[in-house]
Ligand binder design. Structure first.
Ligand code: UDP
Length: 462
């Protein structure tokens, strides 16, 4: 690669969904804090949701500039259109900076957009891949893509032993390779495509940290999938405070009702509130919403529940009225701010990987109510590996019943294991801070990557 004057300019390209924008924008901030120029390239309908003063923003197109995949209405069509339009518009950004004093020399692309690497190669710049799932989930999917694990996976083929990682039971595996194998072919193909060219990337990043997922004694074992562990990618105000004022991700696709939430939490006693949030994408069945609502009511705990406007009609009749005394329901909030509030005693979560890391990093005991994709694997880690919460199990019809919700909440609040869970939650939260602070393992991984720009200029592996 040609010697250039600028210290380095990284363009980061997330898949335009909240759970992808958050960690990748956070990574952009971390890179910018080292003196690199960081630019986030995202779609027109998400660009207005980005606010991060140290990160530049550019627009790329997925071909559906009003509302992306919703507008496309078909996952296959959307993915193909993003590849064609995204490659073209990402190239235009690289051209735009070509003769400036900050030419682009690296593209960090979301693993859902593997064509980002082709664009990087075409322009002779580094291409690094960012995975937004856990190392375990990435490893399991990679093992399938490489034929190490053959589809269909039968329950009797499990537990699956992947080098260096915890054994995975059938129900822990990403659902697109188990119970949903034939239900969402476009998503399965997208997940497989993440690994199609990965060996050519200069490096891969996973939003996790050393010691988080490796099985005891497994560190020396060769991995199915190797990546730099740079997480948890959450704003530093909640970790070591390393970037001044870094209190939020800086991206929000919905307007958070921060003031209402904070004012309501202020009126509640310490650790008396269950915070309930099922992420940005999921849509639960009406039955499931009813069971959760009734479970919360029966538990008699205070609760703050995020119910997006599109989900609100699924709440049982009269629930909003009858729960006013104990509960607050909001369409969106600043999840980190809520989790960090002392009134919050537990987190009822769908176990999206970001939410899982947020609960873990902030030391909040969790009730996992996984629905699909990687969420079951994350719930397994919450209950069995880190022991920072409990996994609410579904019945044979696939519904988590109200009694199960009550049992889990009781377990966390007053059960035999509640003290142990609280201590573990504290321990993991401290570890998350340690790895993120100056000289910690994740901090060092980021620095190693950055040094590659400033010291070596070869186009090799980082
Ligand atoms: N989130 C938020 N406010 C809410 C609900 C969620 O800010 O009311 C954020 C949350 O902090 C997390 C992201 O949205 O960073 C959701 O990502 P996750 O991987 O947990 O789930 P997904 O939405 O991808 O299923």
């Amino acid at each position: 690669m040609e010697e250039k004057k600028c210290r380095g300019h990284v363009v980061l390209m997330p898949y335009p969904a909240q759970g992808h924008l958050n960690p990748i924008l956070q990574f952009a901030k971390r890179l910018a804090a080292t003196g690199l120029k960081a630019t986030l390239a995202t779609t027109p309908y998400t660009v207005k949701a980005i606010f991060a003063p140290t990160v530049a923003v550019e627009t790329i197109s997925d071909g559906f500039d009003e509302s992306g995949s919703r507008q496309a209405g078909n996952a296959e069509l959307y993915i193909e259109s993003f590849k064609i339009n995204g490659s073209r518009t990402l190239s235009e950004i690289i051209h735009k900076y070509h003769d400036s004093d900050s030419p682009v020399n690296c593209i960090v692309y979301d693993s859902f957009l593997p064509w980002g690497l082709d664009v990087a190669e075409k322009h002779g710049v580094y291409g690094a891949c960012f995975f937004t799932n856990s190392l375990t989930v990435c490893s399991a999917l990679c093992a399938v893509q490489r034929g190490i694990v053959k589809l269909p996976i039968k329950p009797e083929d499990t537990p699956l032993f992947l080098p260096g990682l915890h054994p995975l039971n059938y129900n822990d595996l990403p659902t697109f390779v188990t119970r949903h194998l034939h239900a969402y072919p476009a998503y399965l193909s997208l997940l497989m495509s993440q690994f199609s060219n990965i060996d050519k990337a200069c490096c891969s990043f996973v939003n996790g940290f050393k010691g988080l997922e490796e099985a005891e004694g497994g560190r020396e074992t060769p991995k199915v999938f190797s990546a730099k562990l740079i997480g948890p990618m959450i704003p530093l105000a909640y970790l070591d405070g390393g970037i001044e004022g870094d209190k939020g991700y800086g991206s929000s696709l919905w307007k958070p009702l921060s003031k209402e939430c904070m004012e309501w939490l202020e009126t509640k006693e310490a650790e008396s509130v269950a915070f309930v949030s099922f992420g940005s994408m999921g849509a639960m069945s009406e039955k499931q919403m009813e069971e959760i609502a009734e479970g919360l009511k029966e538990s008699r705990l205070n609760f703050l529940w995020v119910v997006r406007d599109t989900e609100k009609t699924k709440l049982p009749d009269g629930f909003l009225e009858s729960s006013k005394e104990k509960g607050l329901i909001v369409p969106w909030c600043n999840q980190l701010e809520v989790l960090a509030h002392e009134a919050v005693g537990c987190f009822v979560t769908h176990c999206g990987w970001n939410s899982t890391l947020e609960g873990l990093s902030l030391g909040v005991p969790m009730v996992g109510v996984p629905q699909w994709t990687d969420q079951f694997c994350d719930a397994k880690f919450i209950e069995e590996v880190w022991k920072v919460g409990v996994w609410a199990k579904e019945d044979p019809e696939g519904v988590v019943r109200r009694e199960e919700i009550v049992r889990c909440l009781k377990d966390l609040v007053q059960g035999e294991r509640s003290q142990e869970i609280k201590q573990n939650a504290k321990k993991w939260s401290e570890l998350a801070k340690e790895v993120s602070s100056e000289g910690g393992s994740s901090d060092m991984s980021i620095k190693e990557f950055v040094d590659h720009f400033t010291i070596s200029r070869g186009n090799g592996k980082v």
